[in-house]
Structure formats: structure tokens, C-alpha cells
Write a protein that binds this ligand. Sequence first.
Ligand code: SF4
Length: 374
Amino acid sequence: MKGGPEIDELSAKILAIKTDIKEEYRAAHNKPWIIGFSGGKDSTLVLQLVVETLLELPWSERSRRVHVIANDTLVESPIVQTYVESLLSALSTSLPDLSLPIEIHKTTPLVDQTFWVNLIGRGYPPPTRFFRWCTDRMKIRPTTDYIRERITESGEVILLLGVRRSESTARAKSAKRYDGTGRLNPHNDLPGCFVFRPILELTTDEVWEYLFACAPPWAGSHQALMKLYRDATGGECPVVIDTDTQPSCGSNSIRFGCWTCTVVDKDKSFRNAMEKGFERLEPMANFRDWLKDFCYTEENRMTERRNGQAGLGPLKFDARKTVLDRLLALQDEVKVQLISSAEIRRIEEIWRDDASQHVLNRANRLLQLIGEGR
Ligand code: SF4
């Protein structure tokens, strides 16, 4: 990078980060690295800096395995999903030429725990700030399952995350806990996993500055990433690997995170600013708004919770069926797969089980009332 004093300051910071990465990679052990990749700017930068640093090492020193994991919630925004897939495919294609020990993996939630199986199958209402059932099932568990498998294989692993102190007040607070404790910190919930945050001290401007100035070593440019962010009104949906990072999951923009996300209020103005190529998001955004209203309408909900207590319960069976029918119609309209046949099969199984449980509960309640002489 060339330029004035600001760029020089950034060059010094990047040099220090690469030195850290190099020292850690050359440490006298062979614990595999895992890079949590969300497709956002921060994890893109971590990936790029790792690749660039490894390329500076002689071939004989590139022995430690680096796993790049990208989690797909199966309800990702199609725009981000397309971008992530094209970046990972470019990286994968260039790996043999680059001679790097990098493996790319996609993680997904179990069929039993996807957004639609929980909402349409079990009748959970769409997630809110107070009932956020999605992040753990769709993001944390698939990623941590993958990390646990690598820990079982290797004893210990190092997880590289693109978190930055200046991201938010919450992030600054959680980063402060580790100040002065060294480069690697034990993961809160995963014994054997150590967290390395190489870009912790970079500002948002510095991240963009570097990505703007330096094309990725796996070919192409960061134009698509910049375009993705340029007109988006909300934040990105980052890699979430524990409940510490959970609060920043969700985004005001339908371009980031899950397209079904109802945890934060979506900015409806994006429809007005929608440029060519994003038209198909409009019916999806309309569906999401309808879904929230429909599922939080009392008449569409059972009067008993899953645990048998009285209160606003799961969606009624006919309401679940309505959601499925409308989702399939939307899928036909936008010509993108929104639900898989494996999910539909699991939903039908749950409906059968739930229906018999419902009949059983009613019969038990009736017997109880008879027993009480009412
Ligand atoms: S983006 Fe929204 S729906 Fe998706 S996991 Fe995060 S909070 Fe849940």
C-alpha cells in the first residue's frame, strides 16, 4: 500500500497483524486453525491476511491445516449467499496453484432444527428479541459441532475471528476482558478451542481501506463485497460462535443475515432504493412482514403452550399449513429454493406426532375433569 500518513499508519498496523499471524502459525505445535467466515468485510479481511501471510512463508513451513468454515442457516439472504459461494469457489479454485493447506467447509443446521422445521413443523412463532430460538440452532450449534469434531481429532484448535474492538460498545466490553491475557484466549464454551482475534484493533475505515487497496490473492476483487455494503441500511450478520457474540446477530437490512429475520425491525425504505438485480427480494420481504403479523395474531395460536400450561402457544395446525402453502407459492414466484424436500418430510413427521400428542393431551384433560367430578 502506498499513500499519505494515514495509509502509512495502516501499513504499520497491517504489518504488525501479519507478524502476529506468522508467529502464531509458526508456533511449535500443529493445532489446526479454523477461520469463521461469514462473507462480511471483517472475516473477509482475516481470510485475506491469513492467505497473504501464508504465501510469504516458504512452502516447507506451510504445514498447519487451516479450515475455513462458512455457516449457511438455509435462510440466508440470497444476495449474501451468492457472494459467499462465489468467493469460496474462487478461493477453492486457486488453492492448488497457491499451494496452501486450506480446506473449505460449509456447515448447516440439522434438518430437525432449521428455521422452517421449527416454525412450520413445531409451530414456533418467528423469533423476536425475547424469544430468539434461531441463533443457537441455526448458527452456534452447526459451527460448534464442526469445531468439536476438529478438537476430537487434534486435541486442541485455534479459532480465528474477525471481531474488532470498535465494532460496538458490547464488543469493546467483551474484548476488554481479555486485555493483557495474550494472543490466544480460551473459548468460553468450548474446551480445547482457543480464540485468536488478529484484527481486534482495526477500525471500520481501516478494514475498508485495506480491502479497497488490496485485491484478494485468490483472484478477482472486492467490488462485489463493496457493492453489497454500499446501499445497505443495516449492519452485517457476523459469525456467531457463542452467546457473547449473539447480540449482534440480526440486521436491519434484508441483504444481510437471514432473509426471514424478524428480530430487528427491517427498514422498509430499502424497497424504494432497490436497484436492478434485487427485485426478487421484494416478495420475500413482503412475505417476512406477513409472517410476523400472521404468527403473532392470537387467533392463529393455540391456547396452550407446548409444556401444557395455559397461554399463547404454538401456531395452530391450519396456520402452519397456511405458512407452508404461502412459502411454496413464494418459492415458485422467486424461483429460488427456500425450503428443501427433506425439511418438508420432517415437518410432516412432526405434524403427525404433534397431532397425536394434542389428542392425547385433550383426552387426559377430559379424564382429569371427570375425575374432579366437573
Ligand atoms: S439473522 Fe435473525 S433469524 Fe437469523 S439467526 Fe440471526 S437473529 Fe436469528
